[in-house]
Design a protein around this ligand. Sequence first.
Ligand SMILES: Cc1cc2nc3c(=O)[nH]c(=O)nc-3n(C[C@H](O)[C@H](O)[C@H](O)COP(=O)(O)OP(=O)(O)OC[C@H]3O[C@@H](n4cnc5c(N)ncnc54)[C@H](O)[C@@H]3O)c2cc1C
Ligand code: SF4
Length: 488
Amino acid sequence: MGKPTGFLEFKREIEQYDAVENRVSNYKEFTIPMEEKALKNQGARCMDCGIPFCHSGCPLGNLIPDFNDNVYKGKWKEAAKILHSTNNFPEFTGRLCPAPCEEACVLGINEDPVTIENIEKNIVETAFKEGWIVAQPPTSRTGKSVAVVGSGPSGLAAAQQLNRAGHLVTVFERDAKVGGLLRFGIPDFKLEKTIIDRRVAVLEEEGIVFKTNAHVGKNISVETLQEEFDAIVLCGGATQRRGIPIKGADLKGVHQAMDFLKQNNQRVDGITQFDEILTAKNKNVIVIGGGDTGSDCIGTSNRHGAKSVTNFEILSKPTIGRPANQPWPYWPMRLRTSSSHKEGVERFFSISTKEFLGDNDGNLTGLITTEVEWIFKNGERPQLIELPNTEKHWDCDLVLLALGFTGPETTLVDQFGLKTDFRTNIDASTKNYMTNVPGIFAAGDIRRGQSLIVWAISEGRQAAHHVDVYLMGKSNLPLKDDNDLPRI
Ligand SMILES: Cc1cc2nc3c(=O)[nH]c(=O)nc-3n(C[C@H](O)[C@H](O)[C@H](O)COP(=O)(O)OP(=O)(O)OC[C@H]3O[C@@H](n4cnc5c(N)ncnc54)[C@H](O)[C@@H]3O)c2cc1C
Ligand code: SF4
């Protein structure tokens, strides 16, 4: 695959970014496209390693050396065909995946790994540009109908697979627009929303019906769904936000990250009516939480024109290199610096927020922290201890809580009468993705907890196979065995 000597001839190259001062003045994506020659050279670095560990690093099992080889040879159409055989939406993963495949790349043992994610993005963008991505409606219909609840990446993947198997698919989405967290969580500077619209137009042309402002369990009853459809796939995500139960958490100026990010995406989309505009302009902002959501708050705050942006993470600072106890090809917990971090933020690790402070009118004015240390003992849960005499006062006028999600919201679980697992996710085994209620399936974050786009697409595809078997007794939809994949 690729060019046998390619990895010796070419260094790893990835897309460059527009300068910080340009990109923070708007919400557009800011990567600078690479020349075709440079992309082919990157494909050539894939080195015919024999056992491509990248396959199992990728939760979709993408056929990475095969598409790399075709890119190297300039056969972009063939590469797009191979890529779409395992991934319905490479335009999302090619932009947003943390690329566990690259951590599992054999070349990565002693060199920089192949730029798999960037190659993936360029394959799908070439395919759209050349007009190769067209609707593929089924040649015949089965007469069976399926409701998909939720239009995030898992719902969209399940819908496309089931429609291609010939079932009539309707997607119910409570928001005004389709896309789930791709639409209203992830900022436009990471994923412009025309990228979602472009794909949804293909799905509609294939025959999938989208019903928006359709909140199942609120303005659409679960009984209606059970009466009208032969199977139901729940893809409602895991968006129950984690709070911080400390003094002052109800002060004006303390907000959940998702409220801030969702409103910003809506404003970028042209919506102007809000009870309160959440803005970081001219404010000292503290983002609590060091993950993807926190990083998106930092990028958004800088675009609003924040006076300062500070980020707290309760975990200790990871190492820059791969930690010794997380060897190749596993996903290592190491320090990650996103493009948003590079736009301006002070990051602090091992820090815990103890109390928010306010003025007499209930407005946030600052907060108090302490430093913490994690104690690891063999076989025991890590213990968090506060270090004495480390209390510190910080001035701030806006705090964004990016503390992750505790699990799915309860409406669907309660109204369909579903069992949940110990983490409150819907209990649907990977054996067939079916819940305790026959004919009701679950996929994506609602089943595995807050995760990644690549996993959501994978779950949607897997669930679709099992729904097809449930309806028809057998299925030609592809299925992968993911039992032994490293989890991230
Ligand atoms: C701010 C942020 C940034 C992220 N960045 C990244 C990233 O860079 N890379 C990455 O891989 N992952 C990222 N993630 C995680 C990723 O977005 C999720 O793992 C993924 O979107 C999950 O897909 P899903 O389809 O399971 O659920 P979701 O995307 O959450 O979609 C669920 C949909 O179901 C709808 N819904 C829920 N209940 C109902 C109901 N009762 N009736 C009708 N509709 C309903 C919701 O409105 C929503 O549209 C990020 C997450 C957040 C919050
Ligand atoms: S989807 Fe993610 S893990 Fe899979 S090949 Fe693409 S970048 Fe790698």
